[in-house]
Design a protein around this ligand. Structure first.
Ligand code: ADP
Length: 378
């Protein structure tokens, strides 16, 4: 199963008004597939509720049929109010041959120059720490930055940002983000009981993530950094469907086992049509009291992995006691301001990382602007 198979299946579903295939009718806004999760967004402008329901059901059935014996974990079909794209010429009989990429939503629910996801193959490698420090580092350079805790299964931002008992301000249907460390932050952790386990099924996870993105009053941003749940799965798929990203940053520790998971995460992003901006090696080495550097996990592993994947290496962050302590007490700004020699070294590593991400995001935008995704039918 892949995106093309889904597009071909949708091409055969008749549009309720024109009778042409959905693809030819310009009704297919977005298709994504990853790890058994299929997601389709249809332009339903001009359809009445019964027609919307019919086309939604028909699209879902077509995707399930196309999967054949392959197990699907979830098929999410959304019919929006958007008008169909300009109709494409009806395929001559042959199926689409060069569906390069699905059109990403123009504009989208967040007004940000760059949206950057931070992902990891598995938990505990420091994904949230990197997301927080990236956001704070970008804000310290004068950018307007939002930080969203998309890790809806295990939100760590309330602790890492020191949100403590601050209540989220809800105004009608919008939630005001928390302004901390000069970053506008939103986390599901601030909206639910912190001691309750967060168990989401696929469609619920989709809804929770979507609401956090859409209902937060982000305002105008230069960067929105999204901390994703570890691994591959439904939240990443929802994100790809909802937002036009500059790209994703993959966090990895140097060991081989961590790299294998990170490669899977990187491939997932690529499969979802999200550019991988690069790889960060966290916990690269440790500096002992004697000032000596210990390569506990084998420094350089993630850098080699980035080379193998053909993506940029964005930088390395050593295991630093202060970083862990600052995270635990919700003071990431201290990672940039500690005047001690060790503090200055950590700040330099973080600053280099922030600069590299900034540069790669800028380059990615240029590339994406130049090579607009197109759908070629022959
Ligand atoms: P993930 O989001 O991948 O699950 P976290 O960012 O929550 O990982 O990090 C897990 C733990 O490791 C946290 O206690 C965090 O403070 C600590 N940690 C992360 N990176 C470092 C580092 N470079 N040095 C010291 N502690 C770190």
């Amino acid at each position: 199963m892949d995106k093309n198979t889904i597009q071909q299946a949708l091409a055969a579903v008749p549009h309720p008004v024109s009778g042409a295939g959905l693809l030819a009718a310009g009704a297919v806004a977005k298709v994504a597939y990853c790890d058994g999760y299929a997601s389709v967004r249809l332009n339903g402008g001009g359809l009445n509720p019964a027609q919307r329901k019919a086309v939604e059901d028909a699209a879902r059935a077509a995707v399930i049929r196309a999967a054949g014996a392959e197990p699907l974990r979830d098929v999410h079909v959304e019919v929006t109010d958007d008008a169909p794209d300009a109709p494409l010429p009806e395929p001559k009989r042959a199926a689409p041959t060069a569906a390069k990429a699905e059109p990403a939503p123009a504009g989208g629910p967040v007004n940000a120059r760059h949206i950057i996801a931070v992902g990891a193959g598995k938990g505990g490698v420091g994904k949230s720490s990197i997301a927080v420090n990236l956001a704070v580092g970008l804000a310290r350079k004068g950018h307007a930055v939002g930080l969203m805790d998309g890790d809806i299964y295990g939100p760590s931002l309330p602790t890492m940002l020191g949100l403590g008992a601050i209540e989220a301000a809800v105004r009608g249907r919008t939630i005001e983000p928390f302004l901390v460390h000069n970053v506008k932050a939103m986390t599901i952790g601030a909206l639910v009981d912190p001691d309750k386990p967060l168990v989401w099924r696929g469609p619920m996870a989709h809804g929770a993530f979507k609401q956090l993105v859409e209902q937060t009053n982000w305002g105008e941003l230069d960067y929105l950094v999204i901390d994703l749940p570890p691994g591959t799965g439904d939240v990443a798929l929802t994100m790809a469907q909802l937002l036009r990203l500059s790209g994703a940053v993959v966090v990895c520790t140097p060991q081989k086992v961590a790299q294998d998971d990170a490669v899977r995460a990187a491939k997932m992003f690529q499969q979802l049509g999200i550019e991988v901006l690069g790889v960060v090696e966290n916990m690269s080495w440790f500096v002992g009291d004697d000032g000596k550097e210990y390569d506990i996990f084998g420094r350089g592993g993630a850098q080699r992995m980035a080379q193998r994947l053909g993506v940029p290496f964005l930088g390395a962050v050593p295991i630093t006691m202060a970083l862990r302590e600052n995270s635990d007490r919700g003071d990431p700004t201290a990672n940039f301001t500690d005047p001690s020699p060790a503090g200055r070294r950590l700040a330099a590593h973080l600053a280099a990382l922030v600069n590299n991400v900034e540069n790669q995001a800028a380059l990615a935008s240029v590339r994406q602007g130049r090579t607009r995704p197109t759908l070629t039918i022959s």
